[in-house]
Design a binder for this molecule. Structure first.
Ligand SMILES: Nc1ncnc2c1ncn2[C@@H]1O[C@H](COP(=O)(O)OP(=O)(O)OP(=O)(O)O)[C@@H](O)[C@H]1O
Ligand SMILES: C[C@@](O)(CCOP(=O)(O)OP(=O)(O)O)CC(=O)O
Length: 316
């Protein structure tokens, strides 16, 4: 008689995050350890988010993944690192109703199927890798009954994509760069939750949904190798800015928040220009948006200043 088969599934949803003090540059490319701390705001899950379903069954004969309906390879180091780290933390699962019992040691042999959808353009500068890897790690942790808290999970998601570690939390989140060589202290912590500053309105202007020409991974590698401005930024500028930004967020001081986030966004793009070969992530529309925000803030009687953060708004 054929052995009874079953499928255990978990679905999770994770929003993307936008950095207001940016991560740009790694000191370790395999473990994904950054050269500076960063701070981000996690978006409302109703808007830009990833939905990932992970399934395990004795009838699956290999690990497989579909992204936006298309099968992709899981053989890349980033996916393998996340899968390995979560499997190492898997615990026993028992579902008496369905008569399923998965012992801790069984997880090594069982295969996974993953289906993930982004409700926004993938690899276009809207941090799909952040929402994607955070969601994958979170869903796998639930599937495998891992007991780690979200900060511990963030250190695993970080090995998928650096910015992903910040999407494990809502509200404002700090990625502490850490000092340990094994990356164990490079993780995310929540500064304040989503209710702390709920009158803050975030507008996302997508000026292009094309895939960007230089990936963040390649771009930051080139910047680390060639930009002197990056070294200055990481050592001299960001540590002070992080403290000021934490203060601005704590006090809901929009004036300081806007000044710091605009300055940091501009410096990130300056580092890109200081890179050899130079990286251009902005286009004419992004420049015009920045000018409009600056003019609005400088005009007399402005009821409320605006802030801008530009990630990768590019177009051929
Ligand atoms: N939902 C997802 N689940 C797992 N991996 C994903 C998901 N979405 C994207 N990815 C991975 O992230 C890669 C895109 O990352 P990339 O950093 O190039 O762009 P981005 O994250 O959209 O933009 P940004 O430059 O703002 O980080 C994809 O090629 C894929 O490997
Ligand atoms: C400009 C950024 O959005 C860069 C994000 O880079 P990624 O996290 O996508 O890079 P990898 O770690 O190589 O996957 C700034 C930020 O989100 O802090």
């Amino acid at each position: 008689m054929a052995e009874k088969t079953w499928v255990r599934m978990v679905t999770a949803q994770t929003p993307t995050n936008i950095a207001v003090i940016k991560y740009w540059g790694k000191r370790d490319e395999t473990l994904i350890l950054p050269v500076n701390d960063s701070i981000s705001v996690t978006l409302d899950p109703a808007h830009l988010c990833t939905t990932t379903t992970v399934a395990v069954s004795p009838s699956f004969d290999q690990d497989r993944m579909w992204l936006n309906g298309k099968e992709i390879s899981l053989s890349g180091g980033r996916y393998q690192n996340c899968l390995r780290e979560i499997r190492a933390r898997a615990c026993e699962v028992e579902d008496k109703e369905k008569g399923i019992k998965i012992a801790k040691k069984d997880w090594e042999k069982l295969h996974l199927h993953v289906a993930s959808y982004n409700n926004f353009p993938t690899a276009a500068g809207l941090a799909s890798s952040a929402a994607g890897f955070a969601c994958l790690v979170f869903a796998l942790a639930k599937l495998m009954n891992a007991k780690e808290d979200n900060s511990e999970l963030s250190a695993i998601a970080r090995q998928g994509s650096g910015s992903a570690c910040r999407s494990l939390f809502g509200g404002f989140v700090k990625w502490i760069m850490g000092k340990a060589e094994d990356g164990s202290d490079s993780l995310a912590v929540q500064l304040v939750d989503e209710k702390h500053w709920d009158e803050l309105v975030i507008i996302i202007a997508v000026v292009s949904s094309r895939q960007k020409e230089t990936s963040s991974t390649t771009g930051m590698r080139d910047s680390v190798e060639t930009s002197l401005l990056l070294q200055h930024r990481a050592k001299e500028v960001v540590p002070k800015r992080i403290k000021q930004m934490e203060e601005a967020i704590k006090n809901r001081d929009f004036g300081s928040f806007a000044q710091l986030s605009c300055a940091d966004s501009n410096q990130f793009h300056a580092v890109c220009l200081d890179t050899c070969p130079p990286i251009f992530y902005m286009n004419g529309t992004s420049h015009r948006i920045i000018s409009c925000v600056e003019k609005w803030n400088c005009s007399e009687g402005t009821p409320q200043p605006l802030s801008f953060v530009v990630d990768f708004l590019c177009e051929k």
